[in-house]
Ligand binder design. Structure first.
Ligand SMILES: Cc1cc2nc3c(=O)[nH]c(=O)nc-3n(C[C@H](O)[C@H](O)[C@H](O)COP(=O)(O)OP(=O)(O)OC[C@H]3O[C@@H](n4cnc5c(N)ncnc54)[C@H](O)[C@@H]3O)c2cc1C
Length: 1057
């Protein structure tokens, strides 16, 4: 293996222009010309396949892959990119690329096209496993003719599993379609083969042999890697012509089952290769032989290792699964074989390959035991599966691992998301080193995670040497030790703005489950203390990225010295930054000295008890998408501009002298947490006037704890687009730094850019009070405007002020549009507009049932001003617009909405609209109590809305609580669903007898939540209940007074807003 510390001056990326399009998905950039790929290339097998097809075809039908997005995304549509750039094929033409969606009936277009096509024209169809399934009925319509059509299907074994939301590599459905349609299938296992078989497939199509070239799904699409011996376009031309000439007079003469093997043998003559329909490895007389069919290079390579560790075992890899060439297979058969184990992906109940093999052997009178070892469709067959298969059949499980395997897991909006591609880039500059960079996105976990698997050298198996994890939350969420080698390391990033505190880290940050896992597997953690390293002047803005790279090199290749690491870092940044080697060398030393901290596991951790909410399995990283969750970053980076040499800048630059503390919204005395949106779903129909929505936040790893009935304080943001428009209209510099004084605690201030402050701190869309107009008058240059402002705040202007405030509903932006000469400076502006206040929302979930989630039920506040414009409440609108994965700051507010002290005490709940939120939490808590075997009291729920169809919020959920015995009675009043109006209080009155028993005799609690208007009616119901009870007891009471007492005792709880 080459030394990775080797320095090279030249890099081997095929075109430096390509680097301009480098991204985290394709760190070596995209080839901008299919003629550019040759020799040793850094690209994906898929790009190679597409380029070969592009060069050989005049017409390509390109069906969208699952997980593929807009056409503008080059990664998914490199064919169109080349066509748009007018890149020519081998016929000196720009191919026509038809980009198509998959739908039923896909395929009619192809036949229509071919009917009108010129003689000798062939087409390439690029599609997925799933798309071929959609085409099957159309192809069957042309029964008998399609086999002789000039089509080559380039099928990637990829699909989207809608049941679990994963992208998966699978070829089972494509194989089944090909079997039904009697289409021959040729399989390539790597980039070089993908190119060779694209040529075969295209030449066969030219000779009117419709065929399928199947290649691996996700790995070939996404693994950016070193591919050696890539054919240049001139050679592709030459080979395809030779192959065409060799086959043209023979192909018609051979039986349809032998056309592919004929093509392979002719290709072998031209390329000096040894492709066979079935390729055999190991001793031909082996006792046990594994017959493997897979499109995965990794799986095939794993099997090829087996004969090396056990000479009694042989392996046959099926390259041409269809048509099954009996003669070719039986040629291989092994005199002393006792058992054939058929390993293939299962589709339905039958293992078709096994049946083919059995039939084939039977034909020749060979009787060997044939065993089915199919694995579920869509499951990656890795080292673990292989080990268990070997244990079953040959009693050995040691698969030697070779090469190095590194894994990086970050949030998908991380500042450090490009670090793995930077490291990969430096590694790509080491000559003769094979690398594979495989990015994956899980959009559902922690509201969006990004994982890169980086393989260096010829890796066998999937055991990891170093895992880098961006934060402890990820460590607590995923079992990162699962694939780690016993000698492997885990590198975790410490928070940039938090002092490293080992004690706190162990007791608070690491979950008990994580600690137990570390202790059980005897792993220490390496922490990178970014806080201690700080942001160095010479590498400003890049210090943390450099620190991570240094830590990686230290753990992955401990033999590297400072000079070698410095070279790696300079290579990683390339021309992106002007970095001085001497500066980096100093930092590398500093990082090694003070940045890396080892957290040793303790045997005692094994004795720790798991809290209930932690007693859930670790999550699995699933590949759900080809890109990150779409969202905005939560907090902009503060831009410190030197020309802004005012007090504020100084304060930021000399933090200690000025006592500036950086914290998450330091103005707020309560504890804040950053959470991520997990789900945001409108519950009312789109055409309905009220938008009521259910929103869930993922709080994994944040330490946020809440009790039943508590509310969530939400720090909404002002719409960034509106703020940007305002800044432009006003003529401000968004990067000016301003000091925002906390109104709640005047001792503390924070420094932000003006843009940040207007988005996050200032109530720009709120209602300007009279004193604002007073202050504004001082900044107005125009006499007329000044006079108007003065009038507005005088007694004579009261009427006009009312119009401004309560009819026109002008906000601050509107006012600055009206008073154009009033332009306070950025700093004055943020002082005269009051701060943005957090809003509260009743929590609609129980943490017992949802340990890592908070649910809210919210209505978007909206109204129309006298100009007919719809206006929205600041926070409810902000929340309704949040996309999954977006982050926000929240806090927990204590509440009086508490469940009764005893689980057996009855609860009566009345809620209108979003007032139902805390009752969902109540019932979930009761469900939990029931599941724990506790006795629970009666629960009555009353709800009201206009129509069941539009506002039966959580309707099915309540019904399921009824079915589970958690809810005793559901009284739903849909006021307008029948001729006479029925309100919530009518429903309550229907149960006066039962309620008397529950409230008065069984000391039940009564809760009312939501808007204020039903309070008098419902309070009257409660008074009636108390009077009825008093009547039954023969006593006289002052029911109003008793209700007040119930309130004081916390037995009549109102949460109205
Ligand atoms: C304990 C508690 C629990 C709550 N629970 C929930 C819940 O579960 N679900 C829920 O949906 N809500 C709940 N709320 C209400 C919630 O806190 C907010 O008040 C609500 O969402 C409105 O906030 P907003 O920012 O959208 O509207 P805001 O921007 O605050 O507007 C509110 C009102 O202010 C007026 N206004 C706003 N801007 C202007 C202007 N420029 N000029 C003149 N007038 C203006 C309008 O009358 C408007 O209706 C709860 C409140 C409390 C106190």
């Amino acid at each position: 293996m080459p030394s990775i510390s080797q320095r090279v001056e030249e890099h081997s990326i095929s075109s430096s222009a390509a680097l301009t399009s480098a991204s985290i998905s394709s760190p070596f950039g995209l080839p901008l010309d299919p003629h550019e790929l040759k020799g040793k290339a850094l690209t994906t097998p898929y790009n190679l396949l597409l380029s070969t097809n592009y060069l050989l075809s005049n017409t390509i039908f390109n069906y969208k892959l699952p997980g593929q997005f807009e056409e503008s995304e080059n990664i998914d549509n490199i064919l169109s990119l080349w066509a748009n750039l007018q890149r020519k094929n081998l016929n000196k033409k720009t191919p026509k690329i038809h980009n198509l969606d998959i739908r039923s009936g896909s395929g009619d277009l192809l036949f229509g096209y071919l009917n009108n096509a010129k003689e000798h024209e062939h087409i390439s169809v690029v599609l997925s496993n799933a798309a071929l399934t959609h085409m099957e009925p159309v192809l069957l319509k042309y029964h008998g003719t399609y086999n002789s059509l000039p089509i080559s299907f380039q099928v990637s074994a990829v699909d989207f599993n809608s049941q679990n939301g994963n992208l998966v590599s699978t070829s089972a459905a494509a194989l089944s379609v090909a079997r039904n349609l009697k289409l021959p299938v040729l399989t390539s296992f790597n980039g070089v083969e993908a190119q060779h078989f694209s040529i075969v497939s295209s030449v066969l199509a030219q000779l009117k042999v419709a065929n399928v070239h199947l290649f691996d799904g996700l790995a070939s699409l996404k693994t950016n890697q070193t591919i050696g011996a890539v054919l240049p376009s001139s050679q592709i031309d030459e080979i395809s012509k030779k192959l065409y000439a060799a086959l043209s007079d023979k192909i018609e003469k051979v039986h349809s089952t032998s056309k592919i093997s004929l093509a392979l043998s002719e290709l072998n003559k031209i390329l000096n290769t040894n492709y066979q329909p079935f390729e055999q490895y190991g001793d031909k007389n082996a006792e046990t032989t594994f017959v493997v069919y897979s499109t995965s290079e990794q799986t095939v390579n794993l099997f090829k290792q087996i004969p090396k560790i056990n000479s009694k075992v042989g392996v046959i890899v099926a390259r041409v699964p269809l048509p099954f060439e009996t003669a070719e297979f039986n040629k291989l058969v092994f005199k002393n074989s006792k058992k054939l184990v058929v390993v293939t992906e299962a589709l339905g109940a039958t293992n078709s390959l096994k049946l083919d093999i059995q039939a084939s052997l039977f034909f020749d009178g060979v009787f060997i035991e044939v065993v089915d070892a199919s694995y579920p469709s869509g499951v990656e067959f890795g080292a673990t599966q292989l080990e268990s298969l070997l244990n079953q059949h040959i009693l050995t499980s040691e698969i030697a691992s070779a090469g190095s395997f590194f894994r990086f897991i970050t949030n998908d909006n991380s500042r450090f998301i490009d670090v793995p591609s930077k490291i990969t880039h430096s590694l790509s500059l080491v000559p003769d080193l094979n690398i594979k960079y495989r990015p994956k996105f899980d959009n559902s976990l922690n509201a969006g995670l990004f994982q890169v698997d980086l393989q260096v050298g010829n890796v066998v198996g999937n055991r990891v040497d170093v895992t880098f994890v961006e934060d402890a939350a990820i460590l607590n969420k995923l079992n990162v030790l699962k694939d780690l080698k016993p000698s492997g390391s885990v590198l975790v990033l410490g928070a940039v703005d938090e002092k490293f505190d080992e004690e706190k880290l162990i007791t608070k940050t690491l979950s008990t489950k994580t600690k137990q896992l570390l202790a059980a597997k005897k792993f220490n953690l390496t922490f990178l203390d970014l806080n201690a390293i700080g942001d160095e002047e010479g590498t400003k803005g890049r210090t943390s990225s450099i620190a991570i790279q240094v830590a990686f090199w230290k753990l992955a290749y401990p033999e590297l010295d400072v000079a070698a690491i410095v070279t790696k870092i300079l290579q990683a940044f390339g021309s992106e930054a002007e970095l001085l080697a001497a500066v980096i060398a100093e930092e590398v030393e500093k990082i090694q000295e003070i940045g890396l901290k080892e957290i040793k596991y303790s045997e005692d951790w094994l004795k720790l008890e798991l809290a209930e909410e932690e007693d859930v399995p670790f999550a699995e990283f699933k590949e759900t998408s080809f890109k990150p969750n779409p969202r905005e970053d939560f907090i902009d980076e503060t831009v410190v501009k030197v020309e802004n040499s005012n007090q504020v800048t100084k304060k930021l630059m000399f933090k200690e002298a000025y006592g500036v503390d950086t914290a998450l919204r330091p103005d707020l005395p309560v504890e804040n947490f950053i959470v991520k949106v997990k789900e945001n779903k409108r519950l009312t129909p789109a055409e309905y006037s009220r938008n009521i929505f259910h929103i869930e936040f993922d709080i994994t790893g944040t330490g946020l704890k809440y009790n039943i009935g508590e509310a969530l304080g939400v720090h909404g943001r002002n719409n960034p687009q509106l703020v940007d428009q305002f800044i432009e209209l006003y003529g401000l510099n968004p990067n000016d730094l301003v000091e925002v004084v906390s109104k709640e605690n005047e001792q503390i201030f924070e420094i932000r850019t003006l843009r940040q402050a207007l988005i996050e701190n200032i109530d720009l869309l709120g209602k300007p009070p009279k004193r604002f107009y007073e202050s504004l008058a001082e900044f107005t240059k125009d006499d007329k405007e000044k006079a108007k402002l003065t009038e507005l705040v005088s007694p004579a202007g009261a009427e006009l002020l009312k119009t401004f405030q309560d009819e026109k509903f002008y906000n601050y932006i509107d006012i600055f549009e009206i008073f154009k000469s009033a332009r306070p400076s950025a700093q004055d502006l943020v002082q005269i507009i009051p701060p943005l206040k957090r809003r509260e929302y009743s929590i609609a979930s129980s943490q017992k049932l949802h340990p890592n989630e908070v649910h809210l039920l919210i209505v978007v506040v909206d109204w129309v001003d006298t100009n007919g414009n719809v206006r929205y409440g600041q926070c409810s609108k902000y929340l309704s617009d949040l996309a999954v994965g977006q982050e926000l700051v929240v806090s927990v507010k204590p509440s009086i909405m508490k469940l009764p002290p005893k689980t057996t005490q009855p609860i009566v709940m009345a809620g209108l609209g979003t007032g139902l939120a805390p009752f969902k939490a109540f019932l979930e808590e009761r469900q939990y109590q029931l599941e724990q075997g506790q006795e629970i009291g009666e629960a009555y729920l009353y709800l009201g809305s206009r129509h069941k169809r539009e506002e039966y919020l959580y309707g099915e959920y309540w019904e399921s609580f009824m079915a589970a015995g958690v809810l005793t009675h559901l009284g739903a009043a849909f006021s307008r669903d029948q001729p006479q109006k029925v309100y919530i209080q009518d429903k309550i009155r229907e149960n006066i007898n039962e309620l008397t028993e529950l409230i008065a005799q069984k000391t039940g609690h009564f809760y009312l939540c939501g808007p204020t208007w039903p309070v008098p009616d419902i309070t009257a119901c409660l008074e009636d209940v108390l009077e009825k009870d008093a009547g039954e007891r023969g006593v006289k009471i002052d029911s109003a007074k008793e209700v007040e007492e119930m309130k004081e005792d916390g037995r009549y709880v109102l949460e109205v807003y």
